[in-house]
Design a binder for this molecule. Structure first.
Ligand SMILES: [Zn+2]
Length: 295
């Protein structure tokens, strides 16, 4: 039976001796607070038989960056302690759902917190001029009207782009480079990117690349409007005119928000009207041709 002083000396040795793995971890973890590594020391009575030291890793609550390498697939991956952390937030919904209002509200709040903000919209949408983003109820914010998103850095210059904290993109369905831009801005440049756009076109198909950025996003919000025909929640945009191209920029004169029931019945009516008009056109042109033939 070992004496108490022998046991104390053994305990002291155990506390100071560490394996090669713990030797590399202890200096790093004690600096960073992210992990606390401690040993569960066996009781004195259990020391009679050889016992393996058990180690436990406990997460601390404070999110402090750490400067160590991590093992991934057997390889050492360096962590970048100063790498900026960006975010992507996506706001979708039909027309008249308040997407631009939600975007501007969020951007205004970022401005109020002293963050540097840039707003981009497509130069295809000239409804309210090219120098500002304007909601359907008249709220506005100065913006860049651009043909594509990568042009922003060229327009601003590298230094000013570097200082930006938040980038808001309105009518995002019009930008073909949305996916690549969001990846770079959030993953590599540390920007907060807020994307607002239509998720579907008037036929409820994907519109542009808006749905492509959802896997990249921190958050996705689908807003709804009010059905113009019954007042229920509207998820879809019905085109009231006979044009069939996907991109047709217009307001309440061309589009209306509708619920599912009125989308389906509205599409039937519009298809029927379109067919009648097509038939009428054909009949008119054959009448004209017949009239042009001398009798
Ligand atoms: Zn309805």
């Amino acid at each position: 039976m070992p004496s108490i002083s022998t046991m104390k000396s053994l305990l002291s040795t155990l506390r100071t001796r560490s394996s090669p793995l713990t030797e590399t971890l202890i200096p790093s973890t004690s600096r960073t607070k992210l992990f606390t590594r401690f040993f569960s020391v066996p009781s004195i009575s259990s020391l009679r038989t050889p016992t393996r030291l058990r180690s436990t890793v406990v997460s601390a609550t404070s999110p402090v960056s750490f400067s160590t390498n991590v093992l991934f697939n057997g390889k050492d991956l360096p962590m970048e302690p100063t790498a900026p952390s960006g975010e992507i937030h996506v706001i979708v919904g039909p027309m008249f759902a308040g997407k631009t209002t939600a975007l501007l509200r969020r951007l205004q709040s970022e401005c109020d917190n002293g963050r540097k903000v840039a707003v981009i919209k497509s130069n295809k949408d000239t409804r309210y001029g090219l120098d500002s983003v304007v909601t359907h109820d008249g709220v506005k914010m100065p913006c860049w009207a651009l043909p594509d998103l990568t042009t922003l850095k060229i327009k601003l210059g590298a230094e000013e782009y570097e200082q930006l904290d938040v980038i808001g993109i309105d009518e995002a369905q019009f930008f073909g480079d949305l996916y690549d831009f969001c990846c770079k801005a959030a993953d590599h440049d540390g920007k907060v990117v807020i994307v607002a756009g239509l998720d579907g076109d008037y036929l409820r198909r994907n519109f542009g690349s808006v749905l492509d950025v959802i896997p990249l996003a921190d958050s996705v919000t689908k807003l709804t409007a009010r059905c113009e025909l019954c007042g229920k929640r509207a998820f879809f945009t019905l085109r009231k005119t006979e044009e069939t191209q996907t991109e047709l920029i217009g307001g309440a004169d061309v589009y209306m928000p509708v619920c599912r029931r009125h989308y389906v019945s509205g599409q039937v009516v519009i298809e029927a009207t379109r067919n009648v008009l097509e038939t009428q056109k054909l009949m008119d042109s054959s009448d004209l041709e017949a009239a042009a033939v001398p009798v």
